[in-house]
Design a protein around this ligand. Structure first.
Ligand SMILES: [Zn+2]
Length: 134
């Protein structure tokens, strides 16, 4: 009898461990894509922490991302260069620099598409039902 109870406990324990590992994997999947840090807002491009001043600074309406001052300036220059203008003083903003921005914007768009996918939304729903993120 004791053996059966012990076996049941072990099965239960294994199941709970598997569920905990499964939940952790799901949480990590969400964190890796949302890049959330507790209560800290960071620049979407370079991930530097944004201070109060940069959060309250008036934003250029051409910048649809949460950027630090430096990345916002680069992004605006990128857009200007797309239209054949741009800051000529910044000679290092060459074709490769241009490609970095182009690809980053594509990458960011892909993340947005992933976040809107039904599979990702299902993942968020599942995690919501189990309990709050810690
Ligand atoms: Zn930045």
């Amino acid at each position: 009898m004791a053996d059966i109870i012990s076996l049941k406990n072990r099965v239960q324990e294994t199941r709970e461990k598997k569920m905990a590992a499964d939940r952790l994997r799901k949480l990590q999947a969400v964190r890796s894509v949302l890049q959330e840090a507790k209560g800290i807002l960071t620049c979407e491009k370079c991930h530097h922490e944004l201070d109060e001043a940069s959060l309250h600074r008036e934003r250029d309406p051409r910048v649809p991302y949460l950027f630090c001052e430096s990345c916002a300036e680069e992004y605006v220059d990128y857009i200007e260069r797309l239209q054949g203008r741009g800051d000529k003083m910044c000679y290092w903003r060459n074709r490769q620099w241009f490609d970095i921005w182009k690809r980053w914007i594509e990458y960011r768009g892909t993340i947005d598409t992933f976040l809107r996918s039904k599979e990702f939304r299902r993942l968020l729903e599942e995690l919501k039902q189990v309990g709050p993120f810690e």
